[in-house]
Design a protein around this ligand. Structure first.
Ligand SMILES: *Cc1c(COP(=O)(O)O)cnc(C)c1O
Length: 227
């Protein structure tokens, strides 16, 4: 199957309110261009340098989504152009994004990443930590970030039940934050959840953005993924 056919097949399973982020990490720009020529405009990357050189090389109407763990000292390189930062996993990172967005005269949309999986290694806030941040005066003074929703990754497991439970939990976190901190704020709208292996479950549980890589571009080899 071609990249175009893969995109069509995935899109045919997505309700119209769910956006497809094509996760292109480790893939050469020719493949991104193939997706672009088929109409794909949102791409996800998890390494700062890679996203920067791809952004320089490719058409300027692409929306670049940063989906991985972002180091504070690298925010400045993507602040001028990044469309959405999915993985805000600490208050320190959010403050840095705010400062760099200010220098770039932008307001950068961000998603708060929540730890919903069983695995220890995944980054993210707990609900209580997010409440503390959102209640703080420091948070209220930030002017160059816009919190536009939440992001999470489910446990890597064959248990559909567990994955479903974790996505349902993220949806519940979203609803609770919306009523407590963002009532009537139309900008707080996105739930980024679902990857190649679990996006159909994520969509059933209320995802508005799926981040899909290997089902579009093919498997990444282990060495490349580990970079
Ligand atoms: C790599 C990655 C994806 C895409 O994974 P696939 O299984 O290839 O679809 C989605 N989200 C994040 C955060 C990733 O790092």
């Amino acid at each position: 199957m071609s990249i175009a056919e893969n995109i069509d097949l995935i899109t045919s399973h997505l309700p119209t309110n769910v956006r497809l982020i094509a996760v292109s990490k480790t893939k050469p720009t020719e493949l991104l261009l193939e997706a672009y020529q088929h109409g794909q405009r949102n791409f996800g990357e998890n390494k700062v340098q890679e996203m920067v050189w791809k952004q320089e090389e490719l058409p300027k109407d692409i929306g670049w989504h940063f989906i991985g763990h972002l180091q504070t000292n690298k925010v400045k390189f993507i602040a001028p152009f990044v469309q959405l930062i999915h993985g805000v996993d600490s208050f320190k990172l959010l403050k840095t994004i705010d400062a760099e967005a200010k220098k770039a005269s932008r307001i950068i949309p961000c998603l708060i990443q929540f730890h919903i999986a069983e695995e220890e290694t995944k980054f993210g806030f707990s609900f209580k930590e997010a409440q503390e941040m959102l209640n703080s005066t420091d948070f209220k003074s930030l002017e160059n970030v816009a919190i536009s929703g939440v992001m999470g990754m489910a446990t890597y497991t064959d248990s559909e039940n567990q994955v479903r439970k974790e996505f349902a939990h993220l949806k519940e976190i979203f609803e609770n934050l919306k009523s407590e901190f963002f009532p009537g704020n139309a900008d707080f709208k996105d739930i980024s959840m679902g990857m190649s292996g679990d996006y159909r479950i994520a969509v059933e549980e209320g995802s508005t953005m799926v981040r899909i890589g290997s089902t579009i571009f093919g498997e990444r080899n282990a060495k490349q993924s580990a970079i």
